[in-house]
Design a binder for this molecule. Structure first.
Ligand SMILES: [Zn+2]
Length: 113
């Protein structure tokens, strides 16, 4: 699912304004929602959907780049993939392997299960 850059900018803006903080010098900073490190927004930050958009999540949080990458790869993508598998099974759209009701023996012979 892709969004227009205008929609992405709107989301980033909402996250930024909801989470921005000011230090003692009045400089704006963000705090990573996972590792808690202070992020200088000038040097890059990412707006994460706390709940993946695939599941209808609209809430966002700022994350530093490594945390966002890790969350996407280890939490969001597997969760989305799993829900798709469960949904396919539920609706009878089962993905079968190469042979369905056949299997291949160690010597290469194909035999019915
Ligand atoms: Zn982080």
């Amino acid at each position: 699912m892709t969004r227009s850059s205008a929609e992405q900018a709107k989301f980033r803006k909402a996250v930024f304004h909801a989470h921005k903080q000011h230090d003692e010098n009045g400089r704006v900073y963000l705090v990573c929602g996972r590792c808690g490190s202070k992020i200088d927004p000038v040097y890059g930050w990412e707006a994460d959907h706390t709940i993946p958009r695939e599941f209808g999540g609209t809430e966002g949080q700022p994350l530093c780049k490594p945390c966002h990458k890790r969350k996407t790869a280890t939490k969001d993508i597997p969760a989305i993939a799993k829900s798709k598998r469960a949904s396919d099974k539920h609706y009878g759209i089962k993905r079968k392997g190469w042979g369905g009701n056949q299997r291949k023996k160690m010597n290469g012979d194909v035999v019915p299960k």
